[in-house]
Structures are given as structure tokens and as C-alpha cells.
Design a protein around this ligand. Structure first.
Ligand SMILES: Cc1cc2nc3c(=O)[nH]c(=O)nc-3n(C[C@H](O)[C@H](O)[C@H](O)COP(=O)(O)OP(=O)(O)OC[C@H]3O[C@@H](n4cnc5c(N)ncnc54)[C@H](O)[C@@H]3O)c2cc1C
Length: 408
């Protein structure tokens, strides 16, 4: 019989969700050192198709984990949003987004997780998964693994999800991106470059937006540009889907040197978004990050990956501490907890802003500067605002209107 390697916790995938799970878990339970294994189909630093925008909520998670952001990064303090009804140019004072390169960022997280006691087996692809009442068996390219619990953190195309959960595709969006070198005029004052979101493609049936983020590649200024479509299959003829997206991207940023589709350089990747109809736990298997589903409105998923990792670690800690219902409780918290509430609200926002009456909602959103500011702070999770109730947010807004910012 083939050798089977045993451990307490097996993690499929070492993106932010898998690594955050390990980092939070090993902080809570250092006794699990050497008993937590992650399987990664690639090798760090591995490429990841992503714009690398870390919202302030992710920065809070890094601080909570005592992880300094010591990879090259651009701090963005100004944002521009264009819609059919007008343009908002926003400067809130603080950092709106920190843009990293995912190969460098994820490799940094992997190093920290290894130091904390995670064993990472690279070039190892998870294949089949079998579960029984008291264990999970995973067949992977580097061998067979038996674990008390498996965390499926293997991204939007999760093999773990495919093996044990719903095989649905209707909640999978798509983003296409590429890096262009920053035009000389912007490179000269790169620190002041805003990040831009252009929602004008919604009128063409694309449920999403084009973006442009300043970033550093090898120390040189670049712009990462791309377009997100929440429902690529629903919006346009599938045969034309990518061409329609790239047309919309070029129209959004006519001033940038965006190559024609046939010139290549574009990278596309799916984004699974959160839908509360789904389940996130099957017996001893949990899903986290993109495998579970992230922000439907913007496709932002790094903060969700950290949030899921933290919640998964808490569930695992409780489970090993003698609470057999702890894994089922993880499913409940991903349906009803603060993170789930935020994702549900973003799902509602996606239906409004990307739906047939989008002009009306963009117009409403453009009316109040203070509401915009609270909306952005809520989205960014600044000051844990995203964990507050709607009445608490309305009170903040009323205070802002009456007394101005900063608010208590
Ligand atoms: C074009 C684009 C731009 C984006 N921009 C942003 C952004 O600016 N900000 C933001 O917050 N989010 C962004 N996202 C979303 C973000 O990239 C994801 O939400 C985030 O990476 C999710 O982290 P994760 O750990 O769940 O999955 P991933 O980062 O995808 O990690 C999954 C890991 O699992 C590994 N894996 C996959 N299958 C297997 C297998 N069978 N066996 C073993 N290992 C496996 C993969 O190699 C990978 O390392 C973007 C996404 C796209 C597509």
C-alpha cells in the first residue's frame, strides 16, 4: 500500500486564504506546529493574475498578524470613479489602497507561515478528495494525505469544491488584465497617481468596471489595467465575451497605451463571488477565500481571504478544543456573520449598480459627498466600519452631514 502522510490540518492552496488560515491557526495553537500541511500546485514566488490592491481591511489583518508589509508597494491616496452620470474625484486623506505584486506578496506570506510552523509542499496538485466520519483523504501528485480536517483554499476553480460541493458556474465572474508602463507624465509624479474605476461599460451590458492601478514592477512605475465582469456568460455572446471586455477596457482609458487584443499580453482569470445559497462546509472540509466566494460588486477578494482564514482558524481551534459542532458553526458564520453581511450587501449593490436601472443608482450615489465617504470607508473596512449595523452607519452619516468629518 502507498505511504500516506498524516496531519491534523491539510490546506489545499497557498494563496492568501490558505496562508491566512495557517497563520491565524498557528498563532492560536502553536502546539499544532508540524501538524499543519499545505499543498500548493505551483512554487513561490508564483505568478497570480491579480491587480494586487490591498484595501485598508487587509492592512488591519496584516497588523493583527504582526506581518510588516516589506515588499514593494504603492500607497494610493486618491481615487477617480467614472460613471455614465459623472465623475467623482475622491481624496479622503488616508491611504485608500496599497498596491502590491501578488507573486511577491504571497511569497512573503508563505515565508511567514513557514516560520510559524506550516509545512508547504510545492509542485503538488490536489486531485481526488474522499471524506469519512473521522478523516479526510486527499490524493495529490506528491502522494496521499490523511487529515482530521481539510481546508479548501485552492481558489476560484477549487478542486476541493468540485470534488465535494456544488458544481455551479453561475457565480463565477471573470477579470482580464495587463500591465502597461506608466506614461512619462504620470511616472514623474507617480506617488500622486490615483486609482481609477470606470463603470461606463455597464450600459453595454457588462456587469462590472474597468480599472487602472499604479504599481511597481522591478522598481519601475507601471499601471495595472483590467476589466471585471461579474456575469460574463449572461452579459454577452460567449464567443465575443473577451473581445467585448477588451473593447470596453480600451474605451475606458483612451489615454493609456493599451494594446489591441491580438497583440496579446492579457491575462484572464475567474473570480467566484459570494452567493449565500451555497454551502461552505461538508463534514470535515471547509472552503475559504475564492473557493468559498468573495465580493460580487468589485471582485475584491484578498481581504475576504484573510477574513475567511481567521474564521476558519477559530473554527479549527474550537474543533480541536473539543467542540464537535465548530466546523458547522463556520458554515453558519459564513452565512450570518459580519463578513457574510458585508458580502450580501455587496451582492445587493451589484444587482442595483449593474442592473437595468443602473443610471438611477449611480445618480443617487453621486448626490452626497459625505455618503460617498462613508460608503468608501465602509467598503475599505477602515476603522472596522464594515462590521457596523445599518442604523449605526446612518447615524454616522447624519453626524457627518450635521457636523462634518472626522466623525466619532
Ligand atoms: C484580474 C484580477 C484582479 C484582481 N484584483 C484584485 C485586487 O486588486 N484586490 C483584491 O483584493 N482582489 C483582487 N482579485 C481577487 C483576488 O485575486 C482573489 O480573491 C484572491 O487571490 C483569493 O485568494 P485565495 O487564497 O482564495 O485564492 P488564490 O489566490 O487563487 O490562491 C489559490 C492557490 O491555490 C493553488 N491551487 C489551485 N488549485 C490547486 C490544486 N488543485 N492543488 C494545489 N494547489 C492549488 C493556486 O496555485 C494558488 O496558489 C483579482 C482577481 C483577478 C482575477
Amino acid at each position: 500500500m502507498a505511504h500516506v502522510q498524516s496531519c491534523r490540518v491539510l490546506i489545499a492552496g497557498t494563496g492568501p486564504a490558505g496562508l491566512a488560515t495557517a497563520l491565524y491557526l498557528l498563532r492560536r495553537r502553536p502546539d499544532l506546529k508540524g501538524q499543519v500541511i499545505a499543498l500548493e500546485r505551483r512554487r513561490h514566488p508564483r505568478p497570480k493574475v491579480c491587480a494586487g490592491g490591498l484595501i485598508p481591511k487587509t492592512m488591519l489583518a496584516l497588523a493583527e498578524l504582526d506581518l510588516p508589509l516589506d515588499v514593494p508597494a504603492v500607497s494610493v491616496r486618491r481615487g477617480v470613479a467614472r460613471t455614465e452620470v459623472g465623475t467623482v474625484d475622491y481624496r479622503g486623506g488616508g491611504v485608500l489602497c496599497t498596491v502590491v505584486r501578488r507573486d511577491e506578496f504571497d511569497a512573503r506570506l508563505a515565508r511567514a507561515a513557514r516560520q510559524a510552523g506550516l509545512e508547504i509542499i510545492e509542485d503538488c496538485r490536489v486531485g481526488d478528495v474522499q471524506t469519512s466520519a473521522d478523516a479526510v483523504m486527499v490524493h495529490a501528485t506528491a502522494g496521499d494525505f490523511a487529515a482530521d480536517v481539510l481546508v479548501g483554499a485552492d481558489g476560484s476553480g477549487s478542486r476541493v469544491r468540485e470534488a465535494l460541493f456544488e458544481r455551479d458556474r453561475q457565480w463565477v465572474g471573470r477579470a482580464v488584465m495587463l500591465d502597461v508602463s506608466a506614461p512619462a507624465a504620470r511616472a514623474a509624479d507617480f506617488a500622486a497617481t490615483p486609482y481609477c474605476f470606470d463603470f461606463t461599460c455597464v450600459s453595454a451590458g457588462i456587469r462590472g468596471y474597468s480599472w487602472s492601478f499604479p504599481c511597481l514592477i522591478g522598481g519601475r512605475p507601471y499601471l495595472n489595467v483590467g476589466i471585471y465582469d461579474q456575469c460574463p456568460r449572461a452579459a454577452v455572446d460567449p464567443a465575443r465575451a473577451k473581445a467585448a471586455l477588451l473593447d470596453a477596457l480600451a474605451q475606458a482609458f483612451p489615454d493609456l497605451p493599451i494594446p489591441a487584443p491580438h497583440q496579446g499580453g492579457y491575462k484572464a482569470f475567474p473570480i467566484r463571488w459570494y452567493a449565500p445559497q451555497q454551502s461552505f462546509v461538508r463534514g470535515r472540509v471547509l472552503l475559504a477565500g475564492d473557493a468559498a466566494g468573495v465580493d460580487p460588486l468589485m471582485g475584491e477578494g484578498i481581504s475576504c481571504a484573510f477574513e475567511h482564514g481567521k474564521l476558519a482558524a477559530q473554527a479549527l481551534d474550537d474543533f480541536f478544543g473539543g467542540k464537535p459542532d465548530a466546523l458547522a458553526a463556520y458554515d453558519a458564520v459564513l452565512h450570518r456573520g459580519a463578513a457574510a453581511r458585508k458580502l450580501r450587501r455587496l451582492g445587493v449593490a451589484a444587482r442595483l449598480f449593474y442592473g437595468p436601472r443602473h443610471r438611477l443608482y449611480f445618480r443617487l450615489a453621486s448626490l452626497s459627498r459625505s455618503a460617498q465617504r462613508i460608503g468608501i470607508d465602509w467598503y475599505n473596512g477602515a476603522d472596522h466600519l464594515d462590521e457596523k449595523s445599518i442604523p449605526a452607519l446612518l447615524t454616522r452619516w447624519a453626524k457627518a452631514v450635521l457636523f462634518g468629518f472626522p466623525m466619532g
